[in-house]
Ligand binder design. Structure first.
Ligand SMILES: [Fe+2]
Length: 397
């Protein structure tokens, strides 16, 4: 028996399943009874409308006589400026709660806005540079529209500080969404690329949370389930974007992945990707992760072969867990990702060998004062980071 105290977290009330959106009226009625009559709504440009969620929410707020201010300017990889703009726009009505609608970026942003509305003398830069520790935020309702981030059930939020090339993460108990809605019906409007990238994000959450120094039997169990579900249902969803059963299970996997990182965080792939997409904001998070994952597996396999051989079985059945399998495991995972149609490596998304020293420099700066690299199952130094970026420039040889 290992003598280690682990965290078993599940901080949000999550309504999950087809028709989960029908719980929104009772949530808003509850808020109304509690005296909440003004809410901020945080979204991206179009998915809140395209998904059909807006048609449900708007009449509901009007019927309950709940005033709202809607900021719809959150882009992928949102910056601290966007968050300050959002706060500036919605604070005019003095919101008492925040409703985020969308994927990871709008949901993360709604959490940050909920903190900043409670701390009017602070900016988003203060929050993401960790210049204060919030103990309070407005209540957040997260209406999730993708099957990737798990943001609707965790205590994390990320935003980019452009001048630092830092996509920085915060994690506070006060930003768990009070209520989360996961209705697979609303994920059907995702494009093929988004289906792939969000599901591969989930896969990375599971693999990292099962292998950090905070991992437990619980996160390994979650990872086993997540990998199995993604391996089974992602190819189905790719073949048929209208398959609701596939979306149901991919969404379920993303909730489990969110709970897993909430308990045991991440280690190498996520912080290394955050630097990539801070440098090139057009790079999708899930794509960046998928590019790095094979080399990260190769790097940590000698230390974590026992866990990786178990959880990767649905993708690479023959693994036994011995260190000499590291390269084969990495190549097999890479080939599986390629087989889904995600064939890019760092060279294909605009990075070259010359960029690597700078990437390592930004990454180290972002991790100053504590970061998830410290949870890596293998010791991390500059050479290891350089090696992973280098190996990810092109397919593993
Ligand atoms: Fe992620």
């Amino acid at each position: 028996m290992e003598s280690k105290v682990v965290e078993l977290r599940c901080g949000s009330v999550n309504y999950f399943g087809i028709g989960a959106i029908e719980h929104l009226p009772e949530i808003m009625e509850r808020y109304k009874k509690m005296g909440i009559s003004r809410v901020a709504i945080i979204t991206g440009r179009s998915s809140y409308r395209k998904s059909g969620v807006w048609e449900k929410i708007k009449p509901l707020l009007e019927a309950l006589n709940i005033e709202y201010a809607h900021y719809d300017g959150i882009k992928a990889n949102p910056t601290v400026e966007q968050l300050d703009d959002a706060v500036k726009m919605v604070k005019e009505i003095q919101p008492q709660a925040v409703v985020g609608i969308g994927g990871g970026s709008p949901l993360d942003s709604s959490k940050a806005v909920a903190v900043l509305l409670r701390h009017p003398d602070r900016t988003a830069r203060d929050l993401y540079r960790k210049r204060f520790t919030p103990l309070e935020a407005l209540p957040v309702v997260a209406v999730n529209l993708t099957h990737g981030t798990g943001s609707e059930v965790d205590r994390y939020a990320v935003a980019t500080i452009p001048e630092d090339k830092d996509k920085s993460g915060i994690g506070f108990d006060c930003i768990y969404p009070q209520y989360a809605i996961d209705d697979p019906t609303f994920t059907l409007t995702l494009s093929l690329r988004k289906v792939l990238y969000t599901s591969l994000d989930t896969l990375n959450h599971a693999i990292e949370a099962a292998t950090t120094t905070l991992a437990s039997a619980y996160t390994v169990m979650l990872a086993r389930e997540v990998v199995e579900l993604v391996a089974r249902w992602l190819p189905v969803a790719v073949d048929d974007l209208s398959n609701l059963e596939a979306r149901y299970w991919l969404l379920y996997a993303s909730v489990l992945g969110g709970i897993a990182i909430d308990c045991a965080v991440v280690h190498l792939t996520h912080p290394m990707e955050h630097t990539l997409s801070a440098v090139r904001p057009e790079l999708a998070h899930g794509l960046g992760l998928s590019i790095l994952l094979p080399s990260v597996i190769k790097t940590i396999y000698p230390a974590k072969g026992d866990v990786l051989s178990q959880i990767l079985k649905p993708i690479v059945p023959k693994l036994k867990g011995t260190p000499k399998e590291a390269k084969d495991a990495a190549k097999a995972v890479e080939e599986w990702i390629f087989s889904l149609g995600v064939k890019e490596k760092l060279h294909d998304v605009g990075f070259s060998e010359e960029d690597i020293p700078e990437l390592v420099k930004y990454l180290k700066k972002a991790q100053e004062g504590g970061g998830s690299l410290s949870l890596s199952p293998v010791p991390v130094d500059d050479e290891l980071l350089r090696q992973i970026y280098y190996e990810s420039l092109s397919p593993i040889k």
